[in-house]
Design a protein around this ligand. Structure first.
Ligand code: HDE
Length: 715
């Protein structure tokens, strides 16, 4: 009988076969021999030398010596989880891919999020694009959407990828800096690559420092193709939109989190899933009929361009939910092997030259990273669909194929395995007429490098523009070579003159006004393949590009610090705690030490943190719990500096800070006291019936970035 969940159960069962739980088991060697002494090696006499004969010692040490495998050349630092994809709207009109036409069916998935430039052990909070890779275990084979949290890329052609990566990775002479783009080689390369300017705007924006993996968008970047059962073609752009909205931390916060909790994103993903706050995204598509390919003022094949949602709306078609943490990081998250070339019938590639290069790179990299062409047999990489082919042998082969025949055509195996006709689900590359010269060149339709960079910048709110500008100042201030800073500012001047001037003033260079690079079109060019680079762009600003317009209606899974000491008002604490927890937020108690806090009514609160072992950057909002005795205790000399620093920093990062009743002893000592302007992030001197509601609204708003403008003006 057909079961809606059959597919996901099958994957689970399949993985289950390989899971072991060592509880209640004897210790054995790899050969299954029970071990009787795991404490001492075999020796010639108790104080004598160890013996070569000790096969148990040798097996254990040898295995240990080989534990490490090469980390991913890019995206080494990452974290993942299992989940399900459920289609809510059939795309049958556009694609024959079953998982996009069978509404309601659950497809098992594994998603991995990552930074790009750092090593496996580097901080989660680097300023960087985030990987957003999803493997869909469909009935027709694995489909991988190997996406990023930014919809465009630095370069237009795969041949530049090694250059880009060498420029951003630690410099080759001294291997400095780790997981950071703020250094000479990166900006040297970028300042010479005008095509990267649109991506630079994104990467200098707060998109590059997400609050959580759960609060990022995902984008397929390239145009792909959908093919329906009639063979009709549509270009498609994939989007993941997070249910909790798109939110970021402040750059100053990111730097501090990197010290206090470098696993911040990994921990957040893990804990949210353990707490049942399952991360959720909507899958959306932008669809463009093949015949409209040339309707845009940019080339759909150019990965440095996005399709503004004002021109082609995003249609929501499904839901992605992550609901299960891996049991074993290495076996699952590390060994999973994504590839944009893992597709299913109904999806095809476009001729985007970046995508075309990727189609080579991913298998190649798995060969060195996982060490064998049989990496598809590792449990996490196995499709739910059975594999039948004539591939043979190789390192670590797991499948035991019976019979003599490993070739096709054959008669000895009854012709099996045999090719599938299209009607039976056989993959068929979309026929595309190509005419032209074999040529090592770039299309003229790729030459406009600034219009969309301008569009992105124009679409930002004032605080977002300030953050972007400050990020550029931070990064370029770390560039030692004057000429690189100068060249970069000249590039910025093509995007926005004020931005260039403000950055120039802080990084010690003058703005050099260069002539706009020649973006003209040769007279003999084929108009079909061109969009005028000189034409005014159709979209000069787009609402979807600003995080200001994101969802701000939920406090689910936000971490709220409750700072308290002995004598705290238990009623006040419990009322707000219940209100917040009912809305899905997570309350964590911060005490002067890890000892239980004795409340006014004799009850106890158990701290999760002590003030000196955590920092404001680990919380989304702060509540100074009510009670004069508690406030006085927190103001004792050993606590005072921690408390004041904590509060002021949270406030500087635009987080909601709520002073409960009778905590004026703390409030009056902070530099927040005495501010006269209206500030929804700071709640003090109000009754809890008003204050609690205001606090909840402020948390849902994430940060009150707009106040930065008031603060600049009022300071
Ligand atoms: Fe990747 N990329 N990439 N990339 N990429 C890898 O594959 C590559 C690009 C992306 O969690 C590698 O297994 C080339 C764009 C993600 O395991 C490698 C080019 C986008 C991940 C590789 C690109 C991505 C990778 C490293 C330019 C967004 C992590 C290890 C032609 C659409 C997947 C590995 C995971 C990983 C090559 C550009 C996304 C070396 C050559 C554009 C999310 O094969």
């Amino acid at each position: 009988m057909k079961n809606e969940n059959l597919n996901s159960n099958k994957k689970l069962d399949q993985l289950e076969e390989h899971r072991t739980d060592n509880s209640g088991e004897f210790l054995t060697t790899n050969q299954g021999l029970k071990v009787n002494n795991n404490q001492d090696s075999l020796k010639a006499d108790e104080r004598g030398p160890s013996l070569l004969e000790d096969f148990i010692l040798r097996e254990k040490i040898t295995h240990f010596d080989h534990e490490r495998i090469p980390e991913r050349i890019v995206h080494a630092r990452g974290s993942g989880a299992h989940g399900v994809f459920k289609l809510t709207k059939s795309l049958e009109k556009y694609t024959k891919a079953k998982f996009l036409t069978e509404v309601g069916k659950e497809i098992p998935v594994f998603a991995r999020f990552s930074t790009v430039q750092g090593s496996r052990g580097s901080t989660d909070l680097a300023r960087d694009v985030r990987g957003f890779a999803v493997k869909f275990y469909t009935d027709e084979g694995n489909y991988d959407l190997v996406a990023n949290n930014i919809p465009v890329f630095f370069i237009q052609d795969a041949i530049k990828f090694p250059d880009l990566v060498h420029a951003v990775k630690p410099e080759q002479d001294n291997e400095i800096p780790q997981a950071a783009s703020a250094h000479d080689t990166f900006w040297d390369f970028i300042s010479l690559m005008p095509e990267s300017m649109h991506m630079i705007m994104w990467i200098m924006s707060d998109r590059a420092i997400p609050r959580s993996y759960r609060m990022m968008e995902g984008f397929g970047v390239h145009s792909f193709k959908f093919i329906n059962s009639e063979g009709d073609v549509h270009f498609v752009k994939f989007h993941f939109k997070p249910k909790l909205g798109v939110h970021s931390v402040a750059w100053n916060e990111a730097q501090k989190i990197s010290g206090v909790d470098p696993d911040f994103h990994r921990r957040d993903l893990w804990e949210a899933i353990e707490n049942g706050a399952y991360p959720e995204w909507e899958l959306g598509v932008q669809l463009i009929p093949e015949e409209n390919e040339h309707d845009f003022d940019f080339d759909l094949l150019d990965p440095t361009k996005l399709v503004p949602e004002e021109l082609v709306p995003v249609e929501i078609v499904g839901t992605l939910i992550l609901n299960r943490n891996p049991d074993n990081f290495f076996a699952e998250t590390e060994q999973i092997a994504f590839h944009p070339g893992h597709i299913v019938p109904g999806i095809d590639f476009s001729n985007d030259p970046l995508l075309q290069g990727r189609l080579f790179s991913y298998t190649d990299t798995q060969l060195s990273r996982l060490g064998s062409p049989n990496f598809h047999e590792i449990p996490i990489n196995r499709p739910v669909q059975e594999i039948h082919n004539n591939n043979r042998d190789g390192h670590m082969r797991q499948q035991i194929v019976k019979g003599k025949v490993a070739y096709e055509p054959n008669s000895m195996g009854g012709g099996c395995p045999y090719q599938a006709m299209i009607k039976d689900g056989g993959f068929h590359t979309n026929n595309e007429r190509i005419h032209g010269n074999k040529i090592r060149a770039r299309s003229q339709s790729f030459v406009d490098h600034y219009s969309q960079a301008k569009m992105f910048y124009n679409s930002q709110s004032i605080p977002e523009k300030l953050h972007l500008q400050n990020a550029l100042i931070f990064e370029l201030s770390k560039v030692k070579i004057h000429a690189i800073r100068e060249r970069m500012v000249a590039q910025l001047n093509f995007i926005n003159k004020e931005l260039a001037a403000n950055v120039a003033a802080k990084v010690g260079v003058e703005v050099t006004v260069l002539d706009m690079p020649n973006q003209s079109i040769p007279a003999d060019a084929d108009p079909k393949t061109l969009q005028s680079a000189e034409r005014e762009p159709k979209t000069t600003s787009s609402e979807a590009l600003s995080m200001k317009n994101t969802a701000k209606d939920s406090i689910e899974s936000r971490i709220i610090g409750f700072m308290m000491a002995d004598g705290v008002d238990a009623d006040g604490v419990n009322t707000l705690k219940n209100q917040l927890e009912n809305l899905g937020a997570v309350v964590q108690i911060i005490g002067p030490s890890m000892s239980a806090v004795k409340a006014s009514d004799g009850t106890k609160f158990i701290p999760k943190h002590s003030i000196s072992s955590t920092a404001s950057v680990c919380f989304d909002a702060l509540y100074i719990c009510p009670g004069a005795e508690s406030a006085a205790e927190l103001m004792r000399s050993e606590n005072k500096n921690w408390v004041i620093g904590f509060v002021e920093e949270a406030y500087r990062h635009c987080k909601a800070v709520y002073f409960g009743a009778d905590t004026n002893a703390i409030f009056s000592k902070t530099d927040i006291a005495g501010k006269t302007f209206e500030d929804p992030a700071m709640i003090a001197n109000v009754d809890s019936t008003v204050g609690n509601g205001k606090f909840i609204t402020a948390i849902a708003n994430h940060r009150v970035w707009d106040l930065e403008i008031d603060r600049y003006e009022n300071n």
